[in-house]
Each structure stands twice: as C-alpha cells, then as structure tokens.
Design a protein around this ligand. Structure first.
Ligand code: PBG
Length: 351
C-alpha cells in the first residue's frame, strides 16, 4: 500500500502518526523558510526587470505630458518627453516598451485610415526611439484599428458588423508601415481570424522576416480595459458598444488553447494572454501544454485596482505590485506587460 508521502517514507507504509520514524514532524517545510538566505536558495521562480514590457501612451505635439486620472502615476507623453522615460527603462534593464498612440479626434475616421499613414504618431514615435536608442530596447506596436476609428472598434464596420477579412487586409498594411518605421515586435490585438498568418506573409513579402509577432492570442472581452480606453481616448468613440463578437468570452477555457495554437501555426513567435490576474489558469495551460514563449498583460484595470486601494491606504502598493507580478511568473509567463514596469524594475534592483 502506498501512502500519500511514500516518496519520503519509502517503506510503503501510509503516512500516519504511528508509522513515522522519529519525533513528529519528520518533514518540516519551515526549515527552508527560516532565514532570508535559505528562502533565497529555495526559490524556484524569479521575477527580474528583464521579464517586463512597459506600455506607454504617446501624445501628439511637443513638451506635452498629461496624467491619466484612472491610471494613477501613469502619464501620456509627447515623443520628446517619452525619450527620457525610455532612457530610464533601459537603465533599469527593461527589454521592451509597448507604444499606444492617442490619436486626435479629427484624425479618426470610419475606416481608421490613419492607421496606415506612415507619418502617423506611432510611426513617428518608433522612428525617434529607434534613431535615439538603436537596438538597446525593443519596441512593441499594437496592430488594431481602435485608436483610429470613429466607432472605437478594432476592425472595419460593414452594416454594423466587424468585417473580418477586409479588416485583416488593413491590419497587414498597418503592420508593414510600423515595421518600416523600425518597430521590432508587431502585436496584433484585434482578434480577427487569420490575421497572424496574413500579417506574417505581408511582413515577409516586404522584407521584414526578422520582425517578431507577439499575438494577443487569448484576448478576452474583459471589463478590465476601462482605464486604457480612457487613456487612448477610445472609450467615447466606443460608447455603449462592446467587442464581444471578436474578443473571447470570459468563461472560455479550451478556446484559449485553440486560439494560441492557431496563432502559432500561423507564425506567431510569442502568444499573449490578456488580462492577467483573472486568467492565470489560461497562462498556465498555454505554457504547460504548448511550451512556447508566453506573455501576459496585466491590464489597466488590474493596475488601477491596486493603485486605488493603495491610495486609500488599504493595500501596500509595492508589495501588491510585486506579488501580482510574481504570480504571473509562477503561472508560467515568460514576460509581463505592466504599467508597473519601471517601479517594479527599480524595486527589484534595490532588493
Ligand atoms: C486595443 C487594445 C486594448 C488594450 C490593449 N490594446 C483595449 C481593447 O481591446 O479595448 C487594453 C490594455 C489595457 O487595458 O491595459 N486593441
């Protein structure tokens, strides 16, 4: 008969008080917890600045900085003021930033055509960052139309529906324009079917074989994106509409794996799960079943919750920040997009 602890008591006896050798308890997990040095040695998951990607909001113009009220301590910056931010990120060992443009409303259209303008805000930002810092930091650009459309949807509308295939064509152009500006990681966040394969082909045909694709593979129709939509100004465009016909429903489980597997087959280099904390099970499943580079996005609402509670004195901001980021590593994520990136990297360096 094999007891629950047969590996520790391999005489085959079940673990009962009477069958244990020596005084109880024989196995003490607290032994390794008793000092900082032994806890350090026994650590089997780690969080480092090199795991973090920092999302940044880009404003048009010069010398402009606007705080985002629903994202405490997060500001939108014009490109000139963004550069010193990125310099700080490089200094603390953050490997990449993700750029999100705040498009002026006069440039938004029904078809989001500003997305494919090689002179648009995000392309200008990419060019400046690349010419200033070269390859010292990776630049991730979102591929989706929501910053550019008057209706705030990620795709083209056709008779009230999001037209998948027509949208994919525009997304391919958007990806190529961003790669031409110097973007090193293309991150399709739109959840159209077949877009990763189409974007891969378009990038390759344009000569951008080495541009990485980080697919928002398991992206849920979540209520946690609110502050982000405030930050980029897409909330007022979206109004009371939602994205449920293309983003996954929160209850979906197997479908997340299907999405990730498809994106990989179509050529994704990295698959992402988004949001993070409410979807840790999905991170674990993708990482353990597919064993591929896996990213997680700690989205705006997750960040806002921790900050808001900390502002009330109800939570310790730094401790909760690090604990939440560690949970992503424990779940299996290789990289984490988080608005805490700079603070977390600094805290990790200081510890
Ligand atoms: C746009 C996009 C969104 C986020 C990243 N890219 C919002 C959305 O899908 O509505 C959310 C990020 C966050 O909440 O921090 N396609």
């Amino acid at each position: 008969m094999v007891g629950p602890c047969h590996w520790a008591f391999n005489d085959g006896a079940p673990m009962t008080f009477s069958s244990q050798r020596g005084p109880f308890p024989h196995t003490r997990l607290r032994r390794l917890r008793q000092a900082a040095w032994s806890r350090e040695l026994a650590t089997d998951r780690r969080l480092a600045p090199g795991d973090l990607i920092w999302p940044l909001f880009v404003l048009p113009g010069k010398n402009a900085q606007q705080p985002v009220s629903s994202l405490p301590d997060v500001s939108r910056y014009s490109v000139d003021l963004l550069l010193p931010q990125i310099e700080q990120a490089i200094a603390v060992g953050i490997p990449a930033v993700a750029l999100f443009p705040v498009t002026p409303s006069e440039l938004k259209t029904e078809d989001g055509r500003e997305a494919v303008n090689p002179g648009n805000l995000v392309c200008t930002a990419v060019e400046r960052i690349r010419s200033t810092f070269g390859d010292a930091i990776g630049i991730v650009c979102d591929v989706a139309l929501d910053p550019y459309t008057t209706h705030g949807q990620d795709g083209l509308l056709d008779d009230g529906r999001i037209a998948n295939d027509a949208t994919v064509q525009v997304l391919c152009q958007q990806a190529v324009v961003q790669a031409a500006a110097g973007c090193t990681v293309i991150a399709p966040s739109d959840m159209m079917d077949g877009r990763v394969g189409a974007i891969r082909r378009a990038l390759d045909e344009a000569g951008f074989h080495d541009v990485i694709i980080m697919a928002y593979a398991a992206k849920y129709a979540s209520a946690f994106y609110g502050p982000f939509r405030d930050a980029v100004g897409s909330q007022q465009n979206l109004g009371s509409a939602d994205k449920k016909t293309y983003q996954m429903q929160p209850v979906a489980f197997d479908e997340a794996l299907h999405e990730a597997a498809l994106d990989l087959r179509e050529g994704a280099d990295i698959v992402m799960v988004k949001p993070g904390l409410p979807y840790l099970d999905i991170v674990t499943r993708i990482k353990s079943e597919l064993a591929v580079p896996t990213a997680v996005y700690q989205v705006s609402g997750e960040y806002a919750m921790i900050c808001a509670a900390a502002q009330h004195g109800w939570l310790d901001r730094q401790a909760c920040m690090l604990e939440s980021l560690l949970s992503f590593r424990r779940a299996g994520a290789d990289m984490i997009l988080t608005y805490f990136a700079l603070d977390a990297a600094r805290a990790l360096q200081a510890s």
